[in-house]
Design a protein. Sequence first.
Length: 94
Amino acid sequence: MTYLHVLTWLFTVFSSARVLAYLPTMWAIQASGDSSQHSLWTWCTWLGANATMAAWLYEQNGQRLGRAVIVNIVNATMCAVTVALILVHRSSHF
């Protein structure tokens, strides 16, 4: 039981940190107006990976929104915002 408690706590801590870790990239793109150093392919891959993992976990969990599903939805959302920022700043240079 202790193992699962520690594992749940670590999942929560690292998942929260991961969500916050997207912010510096978003701020850097927005502040500089330059998204050329950020791979659109990579961010779209991460978006797809998080979105499909959320869907898979949702289905595997009896179509219930568990903690892991919500974390992946939030990560997918953060990736989508980053993709949008990249696209906005790339289109403004043309």
